[in-house]
Structure formats: structure tokens, C-alpha cells
Write a protein that binds this ligand. Structure first.
Ligand SMILES: C[S@@+](CC[C@H](N)C(=O)[O-])C[C@H]1O[C@@H](n2cnc3c(N)ncnc32)[C@H](O)[C@@H]1O
Length: 243
């Protein structure tokens, strides 16, 4: 295991924000290589789930912790979407998203904090998506309650993030890859050692497993909560409705 120590809760948000600012220009390349391009397929699964959940509707969508805008772009390409807000608290990550979304009339981008969506009224969105973001927030319950607040009744929340592998043998390989190989891949892409690539695997240790995350959704009043594992549970997509 890497010896990187997670930042304390009081400084986690600042650590995450400033370090995503630092790696923003290399984030997409890192993402493609460390996931063997599979993250694209998982993000496509979010779009399929939305399309299967809302036939013939004009959807107001929020892509929270949007980063460089991978999910936002997919949401704007969906015929069902009317408006797509992309929100992140890292200016540099959001600026990459802005470049990709320039000229798309239904796209709006703004700086914002997932744990305090003060710019958005209650019941504004039909869909909220988060990709690999919740693991980084300093108060997961608060973020889930804010997401629930801004969803319309009947709205759908979809979250994609790392999961926990149950099979002990596969878990040995998965941990070796995530904790030993992924940081080195990050240093190679970045050109030097960088805390962020150690933070990424270590941040998964304090993130709930699939069943506990499902319970946390339910505690924040999401209903019909389900999840789907990808690659033996290394990654999981959770979703739930505001009823
Ligand atoms: C791993 S990236 C994921 C980006 C994108 N969603 C994707 O799937 O490729 C995580 C993003 O979450 C953002 N983030 C983390 N905590 C946040 C918070 N409390 N509020 C807003 N954005 C946050 C980071 O700035 C970063 O851009």
C-alpha cells in the first residue's frame, strides 16, 4: 500500500480543489489510460439508464463534479435533454469542460460546491449525475441531501464511482493495480511524482462499499435505489429516485 495519508476532513475540500486544478490538463489522458478507456463505456451506461428511465421527456440535467465534462457532453448529445448544467469547484477542470461545451446552447457551466448547491432552488432538475466525484467530497451526507433537494419529485440521481471487489482473489489483483500501478502511471503522464495520483486510490479506502452507499442514499430519502457493478465491482453505478 502507498504511504500517502488522506488529508483531514477540514482541509480535504481545499486539497481536492487545488490538486484537481493542478492535474486538469492531463486528467483526460490519465482517465483513458488508467481505465483502459473503459470509463467511456461506464459513462455511456449512465446515458442509457436515463434514456430508459424517461421516455419522451424534456429533461433538465445537472452534472455535478463534472470535471472536464465527459458526462456533460454526453448529456447534451441526448435528445431528451433540454438544459444541462455542469458544476465543479475546480476552475481549471471546469475550464476544460467549458472549452468542450462551447457553442452548445443547452449547456451552462458554473463553479459550485456539491455540498452546498446554493445557486439552485429546490426541485429544479429531472436528473443529477456525478462521475467519480462523491469520493472526493468532505461531507457525503450533505452532498446527497443537496442532490435530493435540487431534484424534482420523480427525478433520478445516478452516481458512478469506484466500488469494492468482493472476491478476495480478484481483490488482490485489483488493489495491486489501483494502489501500485495507477499512481506510477499518473507520475509518468504528469512527468513527476504528484500527491494527487497517490490520493486517488487512497481516497477509495474511506468511501463506502456498494451496500453501504446504497444505505446512505436511502438515509437521504432516495427510493428505488439500485446499483450495478462493472469489472467485478471495481466500479459501481448507483441510482435512486426522489419520490
Ligand atoms: C475524478 S474527477 C471526475 C470528473 C468527471 N465527473 C469524470 O467522471 O470524469 C472529480 C471532480 O470532482 C470535483 N469535486 C470534488 N469535490 C467537489 C465538490 N465538493 N464540489 C464540486 N466539485 C467537486 C473535482 O474538482 C473534480 O473535477
Amino acid at each position: 500500500m502507498t504511504e500517502f495519508k488522506m488529508p483531514d476532513t477540514q482541509v480535504k475540500a481545499e486539497f481536492v480543489r487545488t490538486n484537481f486544478d493542478v492535474i486538469a490538463s492531463k486528467y483526460d489522458l490519465f482517465n483513458d489510460l488508467n481505465s483502459f478507456f473503459l470509463h467511456r463505456m461506464w459513462k455511456n451506461a449512465i446515458i442509457s439508464l436515463i434514456q430508459n428511465s424517461f421516455p419522451n421527456t424534456s429533461l433538465d440535467c445537472l452534472d455535478l463534479c463534472c470535471g472536464t465534462g465527459d458526462i456533460s457532453v454526453r448529456l447534451t448529445e441526448m435528445n431528451l435533454s433540454r438544459e444541462v448544467y455542469s458544476v465543479d469547484f475546480s476552475e481549471k477542470m471546469l475550464s476544460v469542460a467549458k472549452q468542450r461545451l462551447t457553442g452548445i446552447a443547452k449547456s451552462k457551466q458554473e463553479i459550485g460546491d456539491a455540498t452546498n448547491l446554493k445557486n439552485f432552488p429546490d426541485a429544479k432538475f429531472d436528473v443529477v449525475t456525478v462521475g467519480f466525484g462523491l469520493r472526493n467530497v468532505d461531507n457525503l451526507d450533505k452532498a446527497l441531501s443537496e442532490i435530493h433537494r435540487v431534484l424534482k419529485p420523480g427525478g433520478l440521481f445516478i452516481n458512478l464511482d469506484v466500488g469494492k471487489v468482493k472476491n478476495p482473489l480478484i481483490r488482490i489483483f485489483a488493489d495491486f493495480y489501483f494502489f501500485k500501478i495507477v499512481p506510477v502511471l499518473g507520475y509518468l503522464i504528469w512527468g513527476a511524482k504528484n500527491d494527487m495520483f497517490d490520493y486517488l486510490p487512497v481516497s477509495s479506502l474511506s468511501y463506502p462499499d456498494q451496500d453501504n452507499l446504497k444505505s446512505m442514499f436511502e438515509k437521504q430519502k432516495f427510493q428505488l435505489v439500485e446499483y450495478k457493478n462493472f469489472v467485478f465491482g471495481n466500479v459501481a453505478m448507483h441510482w435512486g429516485r426522489k419520490v
